[in-house]
Structure formats: structure tokens, C-alpha cells
Design a protein around this ligand. Structure first.
Ligand SMILES: C[S@@+](CC[C@H](N)C(=O)[O-])C[C@H]1O[C@@H](n2cnc3c(N)ncnc32)[C@H](O)[C@@H]1O
Length: 255
């Protein structure tokens, strides 16, 4: 029998997320909590199977293979920003999904706090955790920004902040920075012509696409939002990954 890392039930504790309501600019309206709820519905029900497949070795379409390859490169890029030896470091995997990054961090010796709003994906992540690493990760269903998860040496947020407005991402990063001694490494959808066209289409036909809309960002826009949220740490772009249908920027908030 596999030793299961600990899991927190959804809604446990009272999350103190501390984000402003920014419904005016949210792609689907309603502000941070409404977006998080759409994200939860999508990853927990609509796309849980698709996401489990994309994050496995199972065969996928050629289009999805470009996304998988891009995401593999992005994971390596994010990890390259953290110390090779993470022995004993407490690291938040914010929006851990099916747990690919959780495993990589645990292999480097980190004590990983893996949080996701989708219990279905957490089940996949827990099942996939090799027994030898299971004791190094704890899995929690809830809001990745909640202060109930405590303080961290580092935070990674791969493709989990991409649905939120600049003001929401700025506030999220400022909140995390108050509880993080080292780096916060995360991804954002860059403002490319292709992504802007897709974003425009999503706004024109919001009901035809049940997936949460990504919000394209610029580095200066995010830096301004971070500063407005009261955090004076530097926000820099580390790399951009362009792999077929996966176009994403890796950014970090330095200590
Ligand atoms: C595109 S997936 C990426 C998953 C994983 N980080 C990876 O790269 O494989 C985005 C994940 O972020 C989670 N997520 C988004 N917003 C969240 C929030 N506010 N709190 C917790 N999880 C969130 C979603 O449920 C989903 O599993």
C-alpha cells in the first residue's frame, strides 16, 4: 500500500487571500473569486481527464504534443531559477495540477506544499507520486494564495496565474512575497499578436468556450501592479518559451 502524503479537505480553514475585487477587467466578469471558480469547474470536471493525459506519457495529438514539449521546457526553466539542492527548503507549488513540478521539487530534496483548487487533479498528483518521494510532499485542496499554508523559502506557480488580471496577479505576488524569503517563479501569457487575437475571440464569444480565458500580460504591466500592491521587489522576465500552441513567459520576483 502506497504511503499517501497528507491532504487538506476543500474549504478547510478560512482562506485569507486578500485580493482586491477587479471584476471590471476580469475576462468573464466577477473578479478573482469568480475566475477561480471557473478555473475549478474547468480543471476539476470539464478537463480533468484531458489534463491528466497531457501531463502523462500517453500519446496525444500533434498540437498537444507541442504544448507538452513547451511545458517540459518551461518546467526545466522554472527549476533552473532555484538552487539545485533544495534539501530542507519549504517550497509552495501553487496550482500544482497533476503534480509534475511537485515531483521534480521533491527529487531535489524540497519539502513541497502542493496546493490546487481541483480535488480531482490532486488525486492524480497523489497517485502519481513515487513512493520514495511521498513523504516530501503534502497535498492540499484550496486556494493557492491562502495565508493558511504558511511561509516558504521559494514559490513556483506554473501556468496557474495566467487566468487572472494584472491587478490580481500583482496582489497575489505581493501577498506571496510577504511570506517568501527566496524567489517566486511563475508564468504569464505574453501579449503576442496571436494570443491577443485568441483573447479577443474569447471576449466576443465568452459562452462558446467553457475554458477559462487566459489574460495576456506585459512585464512592465505586472511590475506596476506589483508595486501598486505595495511590494517593491524586482519583477523580471527570465525566458519566453514558444513551442507551437504553447507560448508562455517565465518571470520571477527576486528576494
Ligand atoms: C494550467 S494548470 C497547471 C498545473 C501545474 N502547475 C502544471 O504546470 O502542470 C493550472 C492549475 O492551477 C490551478 N489553479 C488556478 N487558480 C488557482 C487558485 N486560485 N488556487 C488554487 N489552484 C488554482 C488549477 O486548478 C489548475 O490545476
Amino acid at each position: 500500500m502506497r504511503a499517501h502524503p497528507s491532504t487538506t479537505a476543500p474549504g478547510a480553514g478560512k482562506p485569507d487571500v486578500g485580493l482586491p475585487s477587479d471584476s471590471r477587467r476580469s475576462p468573464g466578469g466577477g473578479g478573482y473569486e469568480a475566475t477561480r471558480s471557473r478555473v475549478e469547474t474547468y480543471f476539476d470536471r470539464t478537463a480533468a481527464g484531458t489534463w491528466a493525459q497531457l501531463t502523462s506519457d500517453a500519446p496525444v495529438s500533434r498540437i498537444r504534443a507541442t504544448v507538452r514539449a513547451g511545458r517540459d521546457r518551461m518546467r526545466a526553466t522554472i527549476l533552473s531559477r532555484l538552487p539545485e539542492d533544495l534539501s530542507g527548503a519549504r517550497v509552495l507549488d501553487a496550482g500544482c495540477g497533476a503534480g509534475q513540478m511537485t515531483q521534480d521539487l521533491a527529487r531535489r530534496g524540497a519539502r513541497v506544499v502542493a496546493v490546487d483548487v481541483s480535488p480531482a487533479l490532486l488525486d492524480v498528483a497523489r497517485e502519481r507520486m513515487p513512493e520514495s518521494l511521498a513523504g516530501r510532499a503534502s497535498f492540499h485542496a484550496g486556494d493557492m494564495l491562502s495565508s493558511e499554508w504558511g511561509r516558504f523559502d521559494h514559490v513556483v506557480a506554473m501556468d496557474s496565474l495566467i487566468y487572472y488580471t494584472a491587478a490580481e496577479v500583482g496582489a497575489a505576488l505581493a501577498g506571496l512575497a510577504r511570506r517568501t524569503d527566496g524567489r517566486i517563479v511563475f508564468t504569464a501569457a505574453p501579449r503576442t499578436a496571436l494570443l491577443m487575437a485568441m483573447w479577443g475571440a474569447g471576449r466576443l464569444f465568452p459562452k462558446s468556450d467553457r475554458s477559462p480565458t487566459m489574460v495576456p500580460q506585459t512585464r512592465p504591466g505586472l511590475a506596476r501592479a506589483l508595486s501598486r500592491a505595495g511590494c517593491e521587489r524586482e519583477l523580471r522576465e527570465v525566458a519566453r518559451i514558444n513551442s507551437g500552441f504553447y507560448i508562455s513567459s517565465c518571470l520571477e520576483v527576486a528576494p
